[in-house]
Design a protein around this ligand. Structure first.
Ligand SMILES: [Zn+2]
Length: 197
């Protein structure tokens, strides 16, 4: 079996000082770098929004960050402007090793967000990552990164549903934890068959 490390969204805007900082987000970088040589493939994901993306509260009159809006695909949390294409905030943390096999970008369509590395938030539109992994013969995935309760959570659950054997290393993840979202994410990952370490 071929085993890949998937590093979710270790970008400046998700680290302390960034626009959507995850507490302690930068603490995982050294550990993630140290894990990379143990895998057959390393894949980085990068949240990559156009300016004015609909998932930003600033794109909706009268809304503030963390409000919810209804989208055709269900409720969507509104975020501070973050990870705008080509900005310093969208760049990987300066200490993260970026000599990966693949960098996959997500959230680049203006009218749909993408937490998962596999599908956009309609749970239908693929990012192409599944095909990449299958054609390389990769069947085991270990996931790390930011944030545990959003992009790591949705990526892990989608991967498990697609039949990959998935482990999430919680020591190499950090959470936003919005209204109990971390507990809900841990329960959802467990019930999807994801191994939490
Ligand atoms: Zn985003």
């Amino acid at each position: 079996m071929t085993h890949a490390l998937i590093v979710i969204d270790v970008q400046n805007d998700f680290c302390p000082g960034g626009a959507l900082a995850v507490p302690g987000g930068d603490e995982i970088v050294a550990g993630v770098n140290a894990m990379m040589p143990d895998f057959d493939a390393v894949i980085l994901t990068q949240d990559w929004h156009p300016a004015g993306h609909f998932s930003f509260a600033s794109s909706h009159d009268g809304k503030v960050p963390y409000d919810l809006v209804d989208m055709p695909y269900g409720p969507q949390v509104l975020w501070p402007d973050h990870c705008i294409q080509g900005t310093t905030g969208a760049a990987f943390h300066a200490d993260l090793r970026t000599d990966a096999d693949l960098i996959i970008r997500k959230g680049f369509r203006n009218d749909i967000d993408s937490y998962s590395a596999f599908f956009e938030n309609d749970h239908k539109t693929p990012t192409g990552l599944e095909g990449y992994l299958r054609t390389r013969g990769i069947s085991r995935l270990t996931m790390v990164g930011l944030a545990t309760d959003f992009c790591v959570h949705y990526s892990a659950v989608d991967a498990a549903k697609l039949g990959f054997e998935v482990t999430v290393r919680l020591d190499a993840c950090r959470a936003i934890d919005l209204d109990g979202s971390l507990d809900a994410a841990l329960a959802a990952m467990k019930s999807a068959g994801v191994t939490l370490v």
